[in-house]
Ligand binder design. Structure first.
Ligand code: KG4
Ligand code: ZN
Length: 331
């Protein structure tokens, strides 16, 4: 079986062709980061227009690189939600139209299911069941995963997502959008021990997160501190350490609560080096295993949507021509 996957939920246009015996055959990604940089965040209308411009050329290239004609595919998967509605409509309209033209089924995929199954694209893939920590620009959640489509949300952010907190704090430090990776880079020059940020919601039971207080704490710290690069690097270090420690504490709790030993970490923030190092330590201590997507599949991409869509199609699922985009859609 071979399918096309399309991702357009936010500011990346991702397209991929996945084959269930040969694996990933092609993968195209266009990031709109430069387009939105001047605005300090994603401008929904500009995002939709740019997806419209890029999607067909990317699909043509992905099919060409996979040496595949649309008519030879067994289905088309697209991100149905959650995300920006105008952006989602581009991928869902193009995906369903192509499926109709090629006479194959279309299937709508939950963006976060795509993220949590992304490690399945690796040669060292986790077996079910596992606990997944999903940390992206729009979501932070801990999910108990028993199998495809068997997801129990154990906890989630009650305000900002982890990536959003990175981006907002990076902005306060004068870094460009999206600031998560830039803040992480700055933190490499930071010295530990200068600042102590809180570890929100770790002093009470439960697996929910709250990251908006860290951004406020960062704003106050930056206001009262010297305005030089070393000071900013020290603040970046302390902020990052607080987010990472909080995530570690909650993961340890989720693993203990579920009695599981396998942890999957996915979404944009899973690219963070400090998170990976500290998580490795935790899993060593707990005698468990941690799995990540390859770095290029941590952030939004079409490959994870193709993979998730393939599993959905195999279980007999497909959507009709009138399937709506779902900007808000619980996992
Ligand atoms: O999964 P993703 O591409 O998009 C969403 O679905 O939201 O995640 C993007 C988020 C952004 O907030 C970005 O700043 C963050 O992931 N991010 C990072 C790193 N790389 C990306 N945050 C911290 N450290 C990184 N290395
Ligand atoms: Zn995402």
């Amino acid at each position: 079986m071979r399918i096309l996957g399309i991702e357009t939920s936010c500011d990346e246009t991702g397209v991929a062709v996945y084959d269930d015996t040969l694996g990933l055959l092609s993968h195209e990604l266009y990031s709109q980061v430069k387009l939105h940089a001047d605005y300090g965040g994603v401008v929904p209308e500009l995002a939709s227009r740019d997806h419209v411009r890029k999607i067909i050329p990317l699909i043509e290239k992905a099919l060409h690189d996979a040496d595949t004609r649309g008519q030879d595919l067994d289905g088309v998967a697209f991100t149905q939600g959650p995300g920006l509605v105008g952006a989602l409509l581009v991928g869902s309209s193009v995906g369903r139209a192509l499926a109709y033209a090629w006479g194959v089924p279309a299937v709508g995929v939950h963006h976060m299911e795509g993220h949590l199954l992304a490690p399945m694209l690796e040669s060292r893939a986790p077996e079910f069941p596992f606990v997944a920590l999903l940390v992206s620009g729009g979501h932070s959640m801990l999910v108990k995963v028993a199998g495809i489509g068997q997801y129990e949300v154990l906890g989630e952010s009650i305000d900002d997502a982890a990536g959003e907190a990175f981006d907002k704090t990076a902005k306060l430090l004068g870094l460009d959008y999206p600031g998560g990776p830039l803040l992480a880079k700055l933190a490499e020059k930071g010295e530990p021990g200068h600042y102590k940020f809180p570890r929100p919601m770790t002093d009470r039971p439960g697996l929910d997160f709250s990251f908006s207080g860290l951004k406020t704490f960062a704003a106050n710290t930056i206001r009262d501190a010297a305005n030089d690069e070393q000071t900013h690097a020290n603040i970046a270090y302390a902020f990052q350490e607080a987010v990472v420690d909080t995530l570690i504490i909650k993961c340890r709790r989720a693993l203990k609560q579920t009695g599981m030993k396998r942890l999957v970490i996915a979404g944009g923030v899973s690219a963070n080096t400090m998170l990976r190092e500290k998580m490795q330590q935790l899993m060593g201590d707990m005698n468990g295993e941690v799995f990540y997507p390859a770095l290029e599949y941590c952030t939004d991409n079409g490959a994870m949507i193709a993979y998730a869509g393939m599993q959905r199609l195999k279980s007999g699922e497909q959507c009709g021509l009138a399937a709506p985009a779902k900007p808000r859609w619980p996992l």
